[in-house]
Unconditional design. Structure first.
Length: 232
C-alpha cells in the first residue's frame, strides 16, 4: 500500500508538471533556451566531477589499505570491518558513476562538436574507471580472505555471490534490489513523459528514445516474471 501511494504521488506530480508545460506551450509562454550554449560549461562541469570522483576513490581506497594493515581484534575488528565495507561501497559507487559520466561527456562532445580535449578526457577516464573497478574488486578478496568469493569473470558470478552470502546479507541485497526496481520503473515512466513533452514542444522527435526506454522496461519485467515463475 505504501509503495502504491508513493507511485500515485509521483504520477500526480508528473501529470502536474506535464500540464504546466503544455499550458505554457499552447499559450506561447514557454521560452526554450539554446542548449548548445550550455554545452561547453556542461562539459567542464562533467570533467570536474570525474576528477572529484577519482580523488574520492583514491581516498577511500587508501582507507581500506590502512585498515587492512592494522592488527585488530574483538570490537575493533568489527568496527574496522564496517569502515572497510562502507569504503568499498563508496568506491563501487564512484567507479559506476565515472562510467556513466564518461559516456555522458563523450556523447556531449560528439553531438555538440566540442573540443577534442573533452573526448580525450572521456576516453582516458573511461579506461581509468575500468582499472579502478578491477582494483576495487581485488580489494574485496583482501578484505575477506576467509570467504570463497567468486571471480568476476565467473559466468555464474551473481548466483555464486548469493550462495556465499549469509541470511542477513541476502536480506540487504533483496531490499536494495526491490527498492531499486521500484525507483527505476518510476523514473523510466517519468523519462517517457519528459521525452514526449520535449518532442511536442521542440518539434525534435524523440520517438526512438521513447521506444528504447519501453523496450528496456518490457525486458526487465519479463525477466523478473520468468525468474519468479520458475521458482514455483
Amino acid at each position: 500500500m505504501k509503495t502504491f501511494f508513493q507511485l500515485a504521488i509521483r504520477f500526480v506530480i508528473g501529470g502536474a508538471v506535464g500540464y504546466t508545460f503544455m499550458y505554457f506551450y499552447l499559450n506561447d509562454i514557454l521560452i526554450l533556451p539554446d542548449l548548445y550554449e550550455f554545452a561547453f560549461p556542461a562539459a567542464l562541469f562533467l570533467t570536474a566531477i570525474l576528477i572529484g570522483l577519482m580523488i574520492w576513490w583514491s581516498i577511500r581506497y587508501r582507507t581500506i589499505r590502512k585498515v587492512i594493515q592494522q592488527p585488530l581484534t574483538g570490537e575493533a575488528e568489527d568496527e574496522a570491518e564496517g569502515v572497510m565495507y562502507r569504503a568499498y561501497s563508496d568506491n563501487s559507487l564512484a567507479t559506476t558513476l565515472m562510467l556513466f559520466i564518461c559516456l555522458g561527456l563523450m556523447s556531449l562532445t560528439l553531438l555538440t562538436e566540442q573540443s577534442f580535449w573533452f573526448l580525450s578526457v572521456s576516453l582516458i577516464t573511461l579506461l581509468v574507471s575500468f582499472i579502478m573497478s578491477h582494483l576495487t574488486q581485488r580489494q574485496l578478496y583482501i578484505m575477506y580472505p576467509e570467504r570463497n568469493l567468486p571471480k568476476t569473470s565467473d559466468p555464474d558470478y551473481a548466483q555464486r555471490l548469493l550462495d556465499v552470502s549469509d541470511d542477513g546479507e541476502k536480506h540487504v541485497i533483496l531490499q536494495g534490489l526491490y527498492k531499486t526496481n521500484i525507483s527505476t520503473m518510476s523514473l523510466f515512466l517519468v523519462a517517457i513523459i519528459v521525452l514526449l513533452l520535449y518532442s511536442m514542444v521542440t518539434g525534435n522527435s524523440q520517438l526512438f528514445a521513447i521506444f528504447i526506454v519501453i523496450c528496456i522496461m518490457a525486458f526487465t519485467n519479463i525477466q523478473y516474471i520468468r525468474i519468479v515463475r520458475a521458482k514455483n
